[in-house]
Design a protein around this ligand. Structure first.
Ligand code: NAI
Length: 327
């Protein structure tokens, strides 16, 4: 049987953690033949640590055959030891009335410390996914704090936006979500993201031609996908958790096990693709194979798309400038 891999998860006692850990332990993320050791990080305070113990009791009670080890941590320096995968879920999202500078300062401290810890103790091939918001900028901070690791192994989660876009397109066209290919989301995980179906196909047919409605694209589709997180908070009284956990599973599974040629969206540090400056943590269309992602290059960017990409890029470079003093 396969050697177990170490999966570190932060914010493990939170909402997303509760929807995520059981699926990792059941083999949905890394395959039904891959044993896992969970290394769970929570803030060291008594309340969250106690809640984490409760989640671990439930994980035990599932008797998952693939869960061969499990640890609770209050310090990233121990939680990330030899980690092969790290899902950074815990962060401080923007609260009501919180100033941008305050948000960036709090998360700057968290993701600098976690990047340093990964740099010091994780596997040299650790694959990192940042879910905690602002996800792209948090991933950028962690990457910059980890100079000995491969920058390209730091990624941010755009997959929830991608999946939201796919399901809106399936509803609009009346087709099966499973048949949608070549969809992508450019930019920041924020309402400025640009979900792009110009290249998308369903059973070989063009989605753009099928929909043939730029007014719907600009005024219904993009705002619906962009504001979906807020709509869920409004409806549920809590932010999206199960769908976020599902997207994290999809992101890591595809990265680790491959996409078979299918396009997916990952937030990754740019190497200058499509004019996005180097190191900007940006959503791009990728395919994955043998544990590596590859950007889909050479796509035509029309004027509407360029304006959308410029807007989300501007937001990201502003966020990046706001944390420049931490780098
Ligand atoms: P939550 O508040 O239920 O849980 C977060 C947990 O993280 C808490 O238990 C907290 O104690 C812990 N935590 C905070 N700082 C930590 C640190 N430095 N180290 C370890 N643990 C820490 O929040 P929820 O709903 O689980 O969401 C987590 C994050 O994911 C939020 O930032 C949220 O905005 C973000 N999110 C991102 C999405 C995306 O698509 N990228 C989608 C949905 C949520």
């Amino acid at each position: 049987s396969k050697k177990p891999v170490r999966v570190a998860v932060t914010g493990a006692a939170g909402q997303i953690g509760y929807a995520l850990l059981f699926r990792i332990a059941s083999g949905e993320m890394l395959g039904k033949d891959q044993p896992v050791i969970l290394q769970l990080l929570e803030v060291p305070a008594e309340g969250p640590q106690k809640a984490l113990k409760g989640v671990m009791m439930e994980l035990e009670d599932c008797a998952f055959p693939l869960l061969v080890g499990m640890e609770a941590h209050g310090d990233p320096m121990t939680a990330f030891k030899d980690a092969d995968y790290a899902l950074l879920v815990g962060s401080r999202p923007r609260g009501p009335g919180m100033e941008r500078a305050e948000l960036l300062a709090i998360n700057g401290a968290i993701f600098t410390a976690q990047g340093k810890a990964l740099n010091a103790v994780a596997s040299r091939d650790v694959k990192v996914l940042v879910v905690g918001n602002p996800a792209n900028t948090n991933a950028y901070i962690a990457m910059k704090a980890a100079p000995d690791l491969k920058p390209g192994n730091f990624t941010a989660m755009l997959r929830l936006d991608h999946n939201r876009a796919a399901s809106q397109i399936a509803a609009k066209t009346g087709k099966a979500v499973a048949d949608i290919e070549k969809l992508c989301v450019w930019g920041n995980h924020s309402p400025t993201m640009y979900a792009d179906y110009r290249f998308a196909t369903i059973k070989g047919e063009s989605v753009k031609a099928m929909i043939n409605d730029q007014e719907w694209n600009a005024n219904v589709f993009l705002p619906t996908v962009g504001k979906r997180g807020a709509a869920i908070i409004e409806a549920r009284g809590l932010s999206s958790a199960a769908s976020a956990a599902n997207a994290a599973i999809d992101h890591m599974r595809d990265w680790a096990l491959g996409t078979n040629g299918k396009w997916v969206t990952m937030g990754i540090p740019s190497q200058g693709w499509y004019g996005i400056p180097k190191d900007v943590m940006f959503g791009f269309p990728v395919t994955c194979e043998n544990g590596e992602y590859k950007v889909v290059e050479g796509l035509e960017i029309d004027a509407f798309s360029q304006a959308c990409i410029d807007k989300t890029l501007k937001e990201l470079t502003d966020e990046q400038a706001g944390v420049a003093h931490l780098i």
